[in-house]
Design a protein around this ligand. Structure first.
Ligand code: LFR
Length: 494
């Protein structure tokens, strides 16, 4: 095939990128064209997303794409984090300023919801792990606070769908991200209308759900004119970043469950790829999620607090005037004494702390452990705790699926953290394959290529990733100390 470009817009909670993927039919190479910051905007006591700012930066990226890649661009598609949404009126005006999922309006809403529909029933229908920021609870919080505004809403779109709407005018919700809402029926793969009605939510605002790889239409003429692009196709990839990342895991074992993945970024999403959702009581007891993937697959997975712990420690150090880069922090952590103190990474206190270092310090004090003093000790504590949490989650996933995991693939920005990769192999007792760093963008772009008939299957996508990226392997080392410490960790996490 002739060389073609596909544009991937990949938005994370901390930054966004417009990336061109150049594909020759066998190998893909990525050219990051534009990077811009993202993050919560404080408004009064609330946290919001600056969605128009994001759209404006994306257009800047599209402009660069037009000048750098010219006429050979086939399509564009967007992925973002999950759960956050934009409401539009019938005249396509934005209703309210979209909220950030870490906003505190959600606190307590989930617990209250269980008196309307019991927890087990919500799980049986949606198969989603209970997290206070799931879209369902965000919408309930909005309904409580702003019933008038909710009445104005005519269209519910998830964040990437909204950006696809800005590009093409389409108003549909892509499936993989829809599964993060807890408003979707896990096996019927459509909106859980009955559940929504019982919560008094307007079912008519939820649009058609489309599968990853759906062609949404051409770039609006106005966008084409202002960016210099031609009216290229707008294609929904797996719009949930985790869904896109898992599509690009370089496994040779598509269709088997003997490999696990960790999509490692602000969050660590650890799971298995399975053909069916697991909606059993045991799955509910572990509070694991069944997120929708490509080709009818499910991601049985857990959200783990992830590198957020380290990112927030770094911000804490910076506030105290100590601006060390990630490389230096990792060196300090490597030199710090092992297993001095541990935390439960998923303790609610770490979700949106005012100061992460203070929270880690308090958690260690309350559990009668030595309090970390130095930067290296804080980071080491966070990393060892994460690796032990990975082991705990892995054991749970194996138990639920009856499968034995033989390798863990770590993908995403966090796979560059070689110390954490080695700790993960040691804690879990299985080899770790690290890479690619850009799994999400690769998944996004290759799913567009597949939608246009340039790639055949999910295993072909994975083979292309293997052909195109260099991966590193980490074999487990002596596990004795990790085995000993694990029981202490389990007590802390109980
Ligand atoms: C990762 C992610 C997770 C989701 C969290 C919040 O970036 O998409 O999968 O649970 O962000 O949306």
């Amino acid at each position: 095939m002739a060389l073609q470009y596909f544009l991937g817009v990949d938005l994370g909670a901390e930054s966004g990128r417009v990336i061109a993927g150049q594909f020759d039919g066998k190998r893909i190479s990525l050219n990051p064209l534009h990077r811009f910051p993202n993050g919560p905007v404080n408004l009064g006591s609330t946290l919001r997303w600056n969605v128009l700012g994001l759209w404006s930066e994306i257009q800047n990226g599209l402009r660069l794409a037009a000048s750098e890649c010219g006429k050979d661009i086939a399509s564009v598609g967007v992925d973002t984090w999950g759960v956050d949404y934009v409401l539009l009126t019938k005249n396509e005006e934005i209703v309210g300023q979209p909220y950030h999922y870490r906003d505190s309006r959600n606190e307590g809403v989930m617990q209250g919801a269980f008196s309307t529909v019991p927890r087990s029933e919500i799980y049986a229908q949606t198969g989603l792990q209970f997290m206070e920021f799931n879209t369902l609870y965000q919408l309930l919080a909005f309904k409580q606070a702003e019933p008038g505004l909710l009445k104005e809403a005519a269209h519910f779109l998830m964040m990437p769908d909204f950006l696809h709407f800005c590009m093409s005018g389409s108003k549909v919700v892509e499936f993989t991200n829809a599964t993060t809402t807890q408003c979707l029926h896990a096996t019927r793969k459509n909106w859980a209308d009955n559940l929504l009605t019982r919560f008094g939510l307007p079912t008519e605002i939820f649009p058609q759900v489309v599968q990853p790889g759906t062609r949404l239409g051409k770039l609006r003429e106005s966008v084409a004119n202002s960016t210099g692009l031609s009216r290229i196709e707008v294609i929904a990839p797996a719009t949930h970043d985790t869904g896109a990342a898992v599509a690009a895991v370089p496994t040779r074992h598509t269709g088997k469950a003997n490999w696990a993945y960790i999509s490692s970024g602000t969050w660590s999403l650890m799971g298995l790829e399975l053909p069916e959702a697991i909606l059993t009581e045991a799955a509910l007891a572990q509070n694991v999620t069944n997120e929708g993937g490509v080709d009818g697959t499910y991601r049985l997975l857990k959200n783990i607090m992830g590198l957020w712990l380290i990112q927030e420690c770094k911000r804490s150090f910076e506030r105290k005037g100590n601006s060390l880069g990630y490389g230096s922090l990792m060196n300090l952590a490597r030199d710090a004494k092992p297993f001095r103190s541990l935390v439960n990474p998923d303790d609610h206190r770490f979700l949106k702390p005012t100061d992460m270092v203070t929270e880690i310090r308090n958690s260690c004090k309350e559990t009668s452990q030595p309090v970390p003093e130095t930067e290296g000790e804080f980071i080491r504590c966070a990393m060892e705790s994460l690796a032990l949490k990975y082991r705990m989650v892995l054991e749970g996933l194996q138990e639920l699926s009856g499968e034995k995991v033989e390798v863990i693939h770590i993908v995403g920005g966090g796979c560059q953290n070689t110390l954490l990769n080695q700790m993960t192999a040691n804690a879990c007792g299985v080899p770790v394959v690290a890479g690619p760093v850009e799994a999400t963008a690769l998944g996004n772009i290759l799913l567009q290529a597949r939608a246009l008939g340039e790639v055949d299957s999910l295993s072909d996508i994975r083979e292309i990733v293997q052909n195109s990226e260099s991966l590193s392997e980490f074999e487990p080392e002596d596990q004795t100390a990790w085995n000993e410490i694990y029981s202490r960790f389990l007590e802390l996490s109980a």
